[in-house]
Design a protein around this ligand. Structure first.
Ligand code: ACO
Length: 329
């Protein structure tokens, strides 16, 4: 019998320090009014100087493993979605594996920018369903403040730090991962990128002086692609399980911009606004972590009844996009 992959536990971690729109007004030429009306963001969290992506991932992972009723020793594999790893190598997955004491687990990082969690979830689902592993820890963690230029008002108001995690298991009760769709199109790679620090432009005095270690984004171009791709991914994912839009009880879109969320929400007219789960106002865009942080908060704040479906969707640099349909058992 083919094992069924389910999300058996979730956890999240947000740093304590709050960076509000009022704080940003003191740093760049912007206003609370502009940020709220263009993005829906009020504040975001910023990690301490001595707090790294792995630290946030470890905290979220511990919470998810406990929520799943497991011990770190029972984890077979660790996937970490991040594009702000502690190091280019070793992987952040290895740092998290050591800190947790997950002695029998292999691990690797997954880089699909803001869609990283959905990509990692799709790998975990496949690993569980082929019988390769029983318990997989999926972490999404980002210290975006480490690659954000706080002199560039077009990007610095958008991003925040944080981590989320879940355990995907063959056993136990949880949210069945009914279907996952992921996609990519490298044609628009340059619209959203971190230009330097890789093999094409290794770190040098010039790359630092030219600010090439910071996020570069053509915001309004990215905006159009994000709406179109997430809408299509949601539709394909629902079609794959023969589910109708009206059969979705909760929608968790990537928390990149309130106007993008509203555009996707229009597809789900039967869903009252409170069923479109948002954390954007308090955490901003935490990239790969955004969907799983929101999923953890949703599950802690609300009872999801047996048979109810949750739809996740994300979009990011690459471009990459994806969606997943979860059904409560
Ligand atoms: N405060 C005040 N004015 C600003 C600010 C700011 N923080 N930022 C930009 N402006 C100005 C611009 O300079 C411009 O002024 P001009 O008309 O005089 O030239 C004006 O506001 C409009 O700028 P736009 O970029 O056209 O503003 P837009 O309405 O597109 O909003 C935003 C910008 C919020 C970035 C939006 O385009 C967006 O959310 N894009 C999508 C981001 C996204 O989805 N990213 C996904 C993944 S992220 C990842 O993978 C890491």
């Amino acid at each position: 019998m083919v094992a069924k992959a389910k999300i058996r536990g979730t956890g999240s971690y947000l740093p304590e320090r709050v960076l509000s729109n009022r704080d940003l007004e003191q740093m760049v030429e912007t206003s609370d009014e502009w940020i709220v009306s263009r993005t829906g963001m009020k504040e975001r969290r910023i990690a301490r100087a001595d707090e790294f992506t792995s630290d946030m991932g470890i905290a979220a992972a511990r919470a998810a493993i406990e929520d799943a009723g497991l011990k770190p020793e029972e984890i077979d594999f660790i996937l970490v979605a991040t594009h702000t790893p502690d190091y280019l190598f070793p992987s952040t997955a290895c740092l998290i594996q050591k800190a947790l004491g997950a002695k029998k687990a292999g691990g690797m990082d997954v880089q699909a920018a803001c869609t990283g969690y959905i990509y990692a979830l799709s790998i975990a689902k496949a690993f569980v369903e082929t019988g390769a592993y029983k318990n997989i820890l999926v972490v999404a963690a980002e210290k975006l403040s480490s690659i954000t230029n706080y002199k560039d008002r077009s990007t610095c108001v958008l991003f925040g730090d944080g981590a989320g995690a879940c355990v995907v298991s063959a056993e136990g009760k949880g949210l069945l991962i009914e279907s996952i769709q992921v996609g990519a199109d490298g044609e628009q790679a340059e619209l959203l990128m971190l230009p330097a620090g890789g093999s094409r432009l290794p770190a040098s005095l010039d790359t630092v002086t030219n600010g090439q270690h910071y996020i570069k984004m053509a915001g309004n171009e990215v905006f159009k692609h994000a709406v179109r791709r997430m809408e299509t991914a949601c539709k394909e994912c629902l079609d794959a399980v023969g589910a109708l839009e009206k059969e979705i009880s909760w929608l968790i879109p990537h928390q990149a911009n309130m106007r993008i969320i509203d555009a996707i929400a229009k597809r789900f007219e039967h869903l009252p606004p409170e069923r479109i789960f948002k954390t954007i106002q308090k955490y901003g865009n935490t990239s790969s972590s955004s969907v799983v942080i929101a999923l953890d908060e949703l599950l802690k704040a609300h009872t999801v009844k047996t048979g109810e479906r949750i739809l996740l969707t994300a979009f990011g640099s690459g471009f990459t996009w994806g969606a997943a349909v979860l059904r409560a058992e």
